[in-house]
Design a binder for this molecule. Structure first.
Ligand SMILES: CC(C)(COP(=O)(O)OP(=O)(O)OC[C@H]1O[C@@H](n2cnc3c(N)ncnc32)[C@H](O)[C@@H]1OP(=O)(O)O)[C@@H](O)C(=O)NCCC(=O)NCCS
Length: 182
């Protein structure tokens, strides 16, 4: 699909039956975005079945304070997703967290990411979480530009282990997300 192709994509709350579609987007997007950042053997060893099983658990649990959204084509193909809920490391400033956001490469840069962030922000506000942070791989520069495009400020950093390699992450924070949800 060329960069100018118009796509009719809807954003909706994920159902348990979306676990396989979400896993496909997550693994395919990891592979297309993280090559050169995350060890190749780790990327090639990722299992669609294991990933689907984890999403199946999340979607079956269906926590009231956690949201999973999918971006879906008119042909019912999941091409992106995002999830969010309470911040997970007891941060005293940032109450909500964008846990994940992934869009298949051929659907990137069509404002789907922006639409997903708006939808997650609205949900976080609706459950009383009025600020947000997220973690991104330090060398994932395109995504960092994306977060900076709507005012994210670098607020923390840490190293994590992925596939046996120590990889740096940075956190972006928004002290209020009222304007993101507009
Ligand atoms: C990061 C991601 C979610 C952004 O979603 P998207 O739909 O591609 O981005 P949008 O079209 O909503 O972009 C909105 C704005 O963000 C900025 N932006 C987005 N992608 C960018 C890029 N690759 N380079 C520079 N700026 C970018 C631009 O300002 C863009 O506005 P513009 O297109 O009018 O210039 C998506 O590209 C993606 O899934 N990337 C791979 C996976 C990933 O890294 N996920 C994040 C893990 S923390």
């Amino acid at each position: 699909m060329s960069a100018n192709t118009r796509v009719d994509i809807r954003i909706r709350k994920a159902k348990v039956a979306d676990a396989a579609g979400i896993a496909r987007v997550q693994i395919d997007t990891w592979r297309s975005s993280y090559t050169g950042i995350v060890p190749t053997e780790h990327l090639s060893g990722l299992s669609y079945e294991n990933c689907e099983s984890r999403w199946n658990d999340v979607l079956t649990t269906n926590r009231a304070d956690v949201i999973v959204l999918v971006a879906e084509t008119a042909e019912d193909e999941v091409v992106g997703f995002a999830s969010g809920g309470p911040e997970r490391e007891k941060n005293s400033v940032y109450l909500g967290e964008l846990y994940s956001i992934y869009i298949l490469r051929e659907y990137q840069r069509r404002k789907l990411g922006r639409r997903l962030v708006v939808a997650v922000s609205r949900f976080l506000l609706s459950v009383g979480l009025c600020s947000m942070l997220l973690w991104v791989l330090k060398d994932n520069h395109p995504s960092r530009r994306f977060y900076e495009s709507f005012g994210g400020e670098e607020v923390s950093k840490k190293d994590i282990l992925i596939g046996g390699a120590s990889i740096s992450e940075v956190a972006y924070g928004w002290k209020t997300i009222a304007n993101l949800a507009d």
